[in-house]
Design a protein around this ligand. Structure first.
Ligand code: PLP
Length: 406
């Protein structure tokens, strides 16, 4: 069956909004946050109207409905990730919280001199939590450098790995450059030295099928709002064997087995890591988003976005004074660029005048910007509902900007 982008667009009411100056909106800021389809809006609405109560603790009918809806969201995410069990999926506020959880709780078991390997591509949320844990434990952070095209230097990675390496934490896909990292290969090499591999999957989950078992990952973090679900909800998937060995990171209701003033014992995962009343509607929404993406077909989404990326890349390359940052052979639909003589913020503002939404800035990747010798870039990022006609409008606008303002 061919990919029916218009039928998909019809499922996203917000795409009917107009952009600046009454122009049809072209939304190319998907790496920051995607829009939500009716499947998600309706699932959340239905939950709020018909099923809300607190989860897990009551015998009454609404609490049972809420618990079923919450746990169904977990099961959908487990299917989405091909996780062996829903019990391996811990709900969090998003990728940031998921990475903080694993850094705090697993990373808290590091000893002085143990090494955590990150890469030069990482988002701040896969850097700062490890710096916090390094300061607490005396662990040391090592960084895999990149080649000029934005791909990882895997020879350098090999040289960094050793008996002191305990954790490798890597982004599946770079939000700033679109580079898709060879996570499965990196996991195998990390395991060979006895380290675990954590994946920041924020940008992987929306663009490609994810199979945590095939990746050989030990932990995988994701955000609902980057995969067509709500904000404020995400998850940390972890291998059960590791989750069982990991201490809690927040205390409170729901995460305990018994509580005495002399001391408490912990519930089994995932409850151990979900203290307090969770974001139940968010779990419903992220579950619906996972189901939606599985129904559309993630291979089809990948292929569609690859066509958009190729068209946009070729178009930008033909414009004088425009430089694309990130030209790795394996990329997702993220296109970062700079224009000679123009600040990225101005490029974003001019595009917005034409109804085109892109992001400008350091993309929460300041070390990467420094490595690339820029302060900021403009970034167009594509989603499953973008069209070739939208890419062409973006390119026409860019051609005008280059002609008039450079
Ligand atoms: N990691 C990557 C690669 C991202 O792109 C982002 C968000 O931009 C995050 C982590 C943080 O995600 P959140 O803000 O949803 O926690």
């Amino acid at each position: 069956m061919s990919y029916d982008v218009e039928a998909l667009r019809a499922q996203f009411p917000i795409l009917a909004e107009t952009g600046r100056n009454g122009q049809p909106l072209v939304y190319l800021d998907n790496a920051a946050s995607t829009q939500r389809p009716l499947a998600v809006l309706d699932a959340v609405d239905h939950y709020e109207r018909h099923a809300h109560a607190n989860v897990h603790r009551a015998v009454h009918v609404l609490s049972q409905r809420a618990t079923e809806a919450y746990e169904a969201g977990r099961a959908q995410l487990a299917a989405f990730l091909n996780a062996p069990s829903p019990d391996e999926v811990v709900f969090t506020r998003g990728t940031t919280e998921a990475l903080n959880l694993v850094a705090y709780a697993w990373g808290g078991m590091l000893a002085p001199g143990d090494e955590v390997v990150l890469t030069a591509l990482e988002h701040h949320s896969n850097i700062v939590p490890w710096q916090l844990v390094a300061a607490r434990t005396g662990a040391v952070i090592r960084v895999v450098p990149i080649h000029d095209d934005g791909s990882l230097d895997l020879d350098a990675y090999d040289r960094l790995l050793g008996p002191r390496t305990k954790i490798v934490s890597v982004g599946h896909t770079s939000n700033a450059l679109g580079t898709v990292n060879p996570v499965a290969e990196m996991a195998a090499r990390a395991h060979a030295v006895g380290a675990i591999l954590v994946v920041d999957g924020a940008q992987g989950a929306p663009h490609a099928p994810i199979d945590v078992q095939a990746l050989g990952a030990d932990f995988f973090a994701l955000s609902g709002h980057k995969m067509y679900g709500p904000t404020g909800i995400g998850a940390l998937w972890g291998r059960m064997e590791l989750l069982e060995r990991m201490p809690p990171w927040q205390g409170g209701g729901d995460m305990i087995e018994t509580v005495r003033f002399e001391g408490s014992t912990w519930a089994a995962p995932p409850a151990r890591f979900e203290a307090g009343t969770p974001y139940i509607a968010g779990a419903v929404g992220i579950g619906a988003a996972a189901r939606f993406l599985m129904d559309v077909g993630r291979d089809a989404v990948s292929a569609h976005e690859a066509r958009l990326l190729a068209r946009a890349t070729a178009g930008l390359q033909s414009l004088d004074g425009v430089r694309i940052l990130g030209t790795a052979p394996h990329k997702a639909a993220v296109l970062s660029f700079v224009v000679d003589g123009l600040h990225p913020t101005d490029v974003g503002t001019f595009l917005d005048e034409d109804g085109i939404a892109v992001r400008t800035g350091h993309h929460c990747a300041q070390p990467l910007m420094e490595r690339l010798g820029v302060e900021a870039t403009a970034r167009a990022s594509f989603g499953l509902y973008n069209t070739e006609a939208e890419v062409d409008r973006f390119l026409t606008s860019m051609a005008k900007i280059v002609r008039l303002f450079r």
